[in-house]
Design a binder for this molecule. Structure first.
Ligand code: ATP
Ligand code: MN
Length: 457
């Protein structure tokens, strides 16, 4: 259908006085004796277009004025009677799709909890229009950032035979009928599609390292799958994962890149989504814009795990899980560090090797590895990264200590045999980033169709 985007009509002089056609959904309708007003949204702008109906001249089908109805309006673009911008004086209104009163998006009932029960319709609310605009802008900015900085964009496989870190949390991929009965596991998988046990990837990192040790700088941006049995507001079974991997990079380089990238993304969101950020600032997280501006303009904090434990210990009585050196940091500890101690994003580095993955570079102290998690207020961990162990013997030893199946990692070990270099990278949870930029507190509300335990609507 020939029509003009609402975003083009709302501002500027070019279309003033011109006759145009717009298409959209009715967001509000109100009327007085002589005039009626429709507010239309078509997704091209967070702002709605006000359509003015002169009741003396126009006979509008009442179906066109119902909340949620889809209509096409032709009319003249004029300066808004009130406020900045333009509005439309309607000449004709055509019904495209009517919307009966059962339409569940009514002003009174739109809590996020309720909207989660109608994932196919909730996108027609202001909140979701704003969330998904930010999400889209951020995704574009990720590609732009890496492209501008000389990275290859690679696509790691989603089906994998290596169960990397995710032994317990990997979804299996199979074509075996449910009633197949085999004597051994091996026999069972031999008959399966790939002839071996296969699953959905929990991370593209291992393949990312393969590419980085050929192309220098690479990133992946795709889904990761984790059968996490934790029903939290920060975990999904399917999430989008941004994973750069950089050759000739040591841990401080990884931190620098992560910080630079995050600031670039925040800048892009502030620049490109001013209306959306203003909306979140008013209705979701007071002070959001200030927070983002501050983060963009200041240096992230850095502290070692050992320092973090020393900072946390005096407050042990206030934690559900008291800390001591060697323990994994729980969400409550991460939040305490970033919200109470540093009050800004903080990298925690050099964790005990026992609580981190086999591939992380072993530090000279023999106790810690060159890992870094970025913690942010309100969420906790948003990025997990490390320098990778580039030494063949050390990597092999770490894998043996963990009782790993070395055969399955031959290719990964080969990278350390043939022209091994220091390298590192990180994983950013894309949904967690969107939560951070919008103030939305539940990861299910920044995801089109969230998948989590017992939920695949
Ligand atoms: P967490 O401790 O929060 O469970 P993790 O340490 O298991 O996370 P990593 O393996 O380091 O996560 O993954 C890198 C990033 O991916 C995390 O920092 C986080 O932002 C994101 N992430 C990890 N698991 C999930 C998930 N289940 N849902 C959404 N995002 C996730
Ligand atoms: Mn992590």
């Amino acid at each position: 259908m020939k029509h003009i985007d609402i975003s083009e009509i709302l501002v500027g002089q070019e279309l003033l006085g011109q006759e145009v056609v717009v298409c959209g959904w009715v967001r509000t309708f109100r009327e007085s004796a002589q005039v009626a007003f429709l507010e239309l949204a078509d997704g091209t702008s967070f702002r709605k277009l006000q359509v003015v109906l002169d009741k003396g001249k126009l006979n509008v089908d009442p179906e066109c004025t119902k909340l949620g109805a889809a209509v096409a309006v032709s009319g003249e673009v004029v300066k808004a009677y009130k406020g900045d911008g333009n509005e439309l004086n309607a000449r004709a209104v055509t019904l495209l799709g009517k919307c009966p009163p059962e339409y569940p998006i009514q002003k009174k009932r739109t809590t996020l909890d309720f909207l989660r029960t109608i994932p196919h319709l909730r996108l027609r609310t202001n909140t979701f229009a704003a969330v998904f605009r930010v999400r889209s802008v951020a995704a574009q900015a990720i590609h732009r950032y890496f492209h501008e900085h000389g990275y290859y964009y690679i696509n790691a496989p989603l089906i994998t035979a290596s169960d990397c870190e995710g032994a317990g949390e990997m979804f299996r991929v199979t074509t075996q009928p449910w009633n197949a009965s085999y004597k051994t596991e091996e026999e069972y998988y031999k008959n399966d599609f790939f002839g071996v046990k296969a699953g959905l990837s929990v991370s593209g990192q291992l393949e990312g390292e393969v590419a980085a040790t050929a192309f220098g700088k690479i990133y992946t941006f795709g889904p990761s799958f984790r059968a996490e049995n934790s029903n939290t507001t920060r975990h999904l079974a399917e999430f989008w994962h941004v994973e750069p991997e950089i050759a000739f990079a040591e841990l401080p380089d990884v931190l620098e890149i992560a910080e630079d990238m995050l600031k670039y993304l925040i800048h892009a969101v502030l620049e490109e989504c001013p209306d959306e950020i203003a909306f979140f600032d008013s209705f979701v997280e007071k002070g959001l814009r200030e927070k983002l501006l501050h983060v963009e303009g200041s240096k992230f904090a850095v502290c070692t795990y050992t320092e973090a434990i020393d900072l946390l210990k005096p407050h042990n009585e206030s934690f559900q899980f008291p800390v001591s050196w060697g323990c994994d940091l729980q969400s409550e500890h991460e939040k305490y560090l970033t919200e109470q101690v540093f009050r800004r994003p903080v990298f925690v580095t050099d964790y005990p090797k026992e609580i981190k993955s086999f591939y992380m570079k072993q530090n000279a102290d023999g106790k810690t590895v060159a890992a870094a998690d970025l913690l942010v207020p309100g969420i906790g961990e948003i990025i997990g990264g490390s320098e990778r162990e580039a030494d063949y013997e050390k990597l092999l030893a770490a894998m043996k200590e963990r009782g790993m199946n070395l055969d399955a990692y031959k290719q990964y070990l080969d990278l350390r045999l043939f022209g091994s270099v220091p390298h590192g990278g990180f994983g950013l949870g894309f949904e967690r980033f969107v939560m951070y930029c919008t103030g939305i507190e539940n990861i299910r509300d920044v995801t089109l169709f969230p998948r989590s335990v017992k939920n695949i609507m």
